[in-house]
Design a protein around this ligand. Structure first.
Ligand code: F6R
Length: 242
């Protein structure tokens, strides 16, 4: 694991964005894994600036989102399909037909999850997976006790995750109880994983993931076994490291 600790959240975004820009400059048709939530927003904003300036072109890049809520309409402002479109596809001028988000509304969710996995394989696998980390140590929506071998599937959101994400909704009651998420096995198959975390609220989860035992109780700890994992965090998120 490569751990990069930076003074500010803005620098986390810039440094992580530089990794992605460098990959897409080398390989314009690279396959990206996209996280949603607040953590990667600085990355996407920084990359969008590069696109505006003509420094980088995402027109041929493919992407697969990590997860999606189950039980809210596709056009809900908090559906990850909407967030990926407004925060990533449009600002980075990606080709929308090359960007996929798991289908949280499929009549046969299991079949849709299997297709998602097959599509990732057909695309040649994920070159770089962007990750945030939940305050309970989840990555994607792989909550504590998720199997390390898991693949894209439906999951129940942990109460702590619903509490944490209530800030995006009008009330806790509106936060979906279920999601579809790439599994830990899916994430571990990416050639490079780039996890970003900012703020003191993530400090315990970051320390447990990096320095604790590898345990399904802290799903992000599996990244200790990844051959190419880069962790970019600010000083507050690093504050519980020994
Ligand atoms: C989102 C995702 C989640 C978030 C995590 C942190 O696609 O997969 O694992 O990365 O819940 O969320 P934020 O960044 O909002 O603190």
């Amino acid at each position: 694991m490569e751990i990069i600790i930076l003074p500010t959240s803005a620098e986390v975004g810039r440094t992580a964005a530089a990794h992605i820009a460098s990959l897409v400059s080398r390989d314009p048709s690279a396959v990206l894994g996209l996280a949603t939530g607040s953590s990667p927003l600085g990355i996407y904003a920084e990359l969008a600036r590069g696109v505006e300036l003509g420094l980088i072109d995402f027109g041929q890049a493919r992407a697969f989102a990590l997860d999606e809520y189950v039980g809210i309409p596709l056009d809900h402002e908090q559906s990850y399909a909407t967030v990926i479109r407004t925060e990533v596809v449009e600002p980075l001028r990606m080709n929308a037909s090359l960007v996929q988000v798991p289908d949280g509304r499929a009549a046969d969710i299991e079949a849709a999850c299997d297709r998602y996995e097959a599509d990732i394989v057909e695309a040649g696998g994920i070159d770089l997976q962007i990750l945030g980390i939940g305050s309970n140590g989840h990555i994607g929506f792989n909550e504590p006790t998720s199997s390390f071998a898991s693949r894209t599937r439906i999951k129940t959101l942990a109460p702590q995750t619903r509490d944490d994400n209530a800030r995006f909704f009008a009330s806790l009651d509106e936060v979906p109880s279920h999601c579809v998420t790439q599994g830990l096995g899916t994430i571990m198959a990416a050639r490079h994983v780039l996890l970003v975390a900012q703020g003191a609220k993530k400090a315990d989860a970051v320390a447990a993931a990096i320095e604790g035992p590898v345990s399904s109780l802290v799903p992000a700890s599996i990244l200790q076994h990844h051959p190419h994992a880069t962790i970019v965090i600010d000083e507050e998120a690093a504050s519980a490291l020994t």
